[in-house]
Design a protein around this ligand. Sequence first.
Ligand code: GTP
Ligand code: MG
Length: 197
Amino acid sequence: MEITSAEFVISNSRADMCPKTNLPEYAFIGRSNVGKSSLINMLTQRSKLAMTSSTPGKTLLINHFLVNKEWYLVDLPGYGYAQRGKKMMDKIKKMIEDYVLTREQMTCLFVLVDSRLSPQNNDLKFIEWLGENGIPFAIIFTKADKQSTSKTNRNVELYLKTLQEQWEELPPYFISSSEKKTGRDEILNYIESVNRS
Ligand code: GTP
Ligand code: MG
């Protein structure tokens, strides 16, 4: 799919204040610093569309970006980032949960996990919670450029094995590098196929 336009629309701290529209949207979630905002920039080929930082906890609001005037990419704050204190963590947790549970036009939630790590408990718990609530999701293994392809593949296999213990059917998954633009076509094709269905 070709991206002809991508523009920032609005930031919100509350799900019920997000754009009132029927356009489909695709949101990005995962631990702080996993590469959500960078992936949005990579997919849209706009290096400064979403704000990124080497320090975790950069994105703290729900950010809507309109793509091709037809659908939205949504950048969410990271979960599990304790540095800003419990109050802030609770606030972000509620913001994410409200958004995920109430945003009917959210067609797919991309859960980002670091391809270098073994399955992490808080990610697995979050994925389990998505399943319990019937939320459509896919997994993206990020930062694949930071290690060899064989190491990435080994980690992905281990991850899928872990998920298989919990799920009858595996979710769609993608391997990405925002640095090397890996996975761009696959993720955009997937979005296009969901948009059409
Ligand atoms: P929060 O907004 O804090 O939740 O983080 P985030 O998940 O949006 O992460 P962000 O995109 O800001 O990236 C965090 C850091 O990881 C930045 O320094 C990025 O440059 C780096 N990064 C993100 N994706 C990649 C990647 O694919 N490869 C490499 N090498 N670095 C990456
Ligand atoms: Mg971010």
